[in-house]
Design a protein around this ligand. Structure first.
Ligand SMILES: [Zn+2]
Length: 68
């Protein structure tokens, strides 16, 4: 029984931490930096940059390792 509770707890913790990873990201599009059909997004929270082609902000934070 304790093992099951531990597994559930670990699963919940993983969910929390994986959400926290991108929770603070605020993607802002910059039309001036668009390339072709790709839309440029910059994360206001961490400075990450990303391009998407579906018109929506990226799901994951694209933070550069050098800016951590
Ligand atoms: Zn970010």
């Amino acid at each position: 029984m304790l093992i099951i509770i531990g597994l559930i707890l670990a699963f919940v913790l993983v969910l929390i931490f994986s959400n926290r990873r991108t929770r603070n990201c605020r993607w802002r599009e910059d039309r001036a930096q668009d390339v072709g059909g790709a839309r440029y997004y910059r994360c206001m929270a961490c400075g990450g940059e990303a391009f998407t082609t579906n018109g929506k902000p990226p799901l994951d934070c694209q933070r550069k390792p050098s800016e951590m």
